[in-house]
Design a protein around this ligand. Structure first.
Ligand SMILES: N[C@@H](CCC(=O)N[C@@H](CS)C(=O)NCC(=O)O)C(=O)O
Length: 232
């Protein structure tokens, strides 16, 4: 890999980071992945001047871009002449990009942590995938899952009223209905909305709960079509 490639600071299990990874892989960009330690985020992301969240994209010029959707727009502009963000219907694009960033992003926590069984599976998997120190790994495995399950996920599942699987299936139905007979939201080729939605769904793929999404036929067919466009 060239020393001048851009760098993505990420957490392996962060849904927002999967949006960026998916776009970079779709465009075939040569970039460096820097997995950070989840227990030392503030320290490792000090260079972001208080943003302290992942993903962070650093250009080979030293320019730092934060926040996943602005990062995607930036990458498309710099490496792809803005072709994936360009559209004849900006209102539709903006509406569905926001839909992905609000609805799909919020659906990731319930499916991963919505029941005590799934929360335990997720936490065990995360402690294997993420970079932790020896003690923080154990601390996370024991303390992380009751916090996620007890506070965040339970509240979200209750507020929504649907089981996490049903929520995902409804969202995939809404999304795939929007483009009907076309292969992608973007038409014959995926656009940024496809890649953003795909990235959120892909963030579930390292976990056993992904099987709950696999029986949504139209959603899975679309997912596999996008996956085939990646250079991995
Ligand atoms: N709007 C941001 C959200 C990023 C975000 O919340 N990332 C999480 C990891 S999944 C994070 O870094 N959280 C640390 C914090 O909020 O302190 C984006 O789309 O990039």
């Amino acid at each position: 890999m060239s020393t001048t490639s851009p760098t993505l600071h990420l957490l392996h299990t962060c849904p927002f980071c999967w949006k960026i990874r998916s776009l970079a892989e779709h465009l075939g960009i040569d970039y460096k992945k820097k997995q950070i330690n989840a227990m030392r985020m503030k320290k490792e992301l000090k260079f972001t001047d208080g943003w302290n969240k992942v993903p962070v994209w650093t250009e080979n010029t030293g320019e730092i871009i934060v926040d996943s959707t602005p990062i995607m727009i930036h990458i498309d502009a710099v490496y792809n002449n803005g072709e994936m963000w360009a559209t004849h219907d900006e209102e539709r694009r903006d509406k569905w990009m926001e839909w992905a960033d609000t609805k799909l992003s919020k659906a990731t926590v319930p499916i991963l942590y919505g029941t005590i069984g799934s929360a335990l599976k997720t936490t065990t998997r995360i402690s294997k995938l993420e970079k932790f120190g020896f003690f923080s790994k154990r601390l996370y495995a024991w303390a992380g899952f009751p916090i996620m399950w007890g506070i965040i996920a339970k509240k979200r599942v209750k507020n929504d009223g649907r089981k996490p699987k049903k929520l995902w299936h409804d969202l995939l139905t809404d999304f795939t209905n929007e483009f009907g007979v076309e292969s992608f939201f973007g038409g014959k080729e995926p656009d940024i909305v496809d890649i953003a939605a795909f990235g959120y769904m892909r963030s579930i793929s390292p976990f056993p709960q992904f099987s709950l999404l696999e029986d949504h036929e139209a959603g899975m067919k679309w997912y596999r079509r996008v996956e085939q466009t990646l250079n991995i």
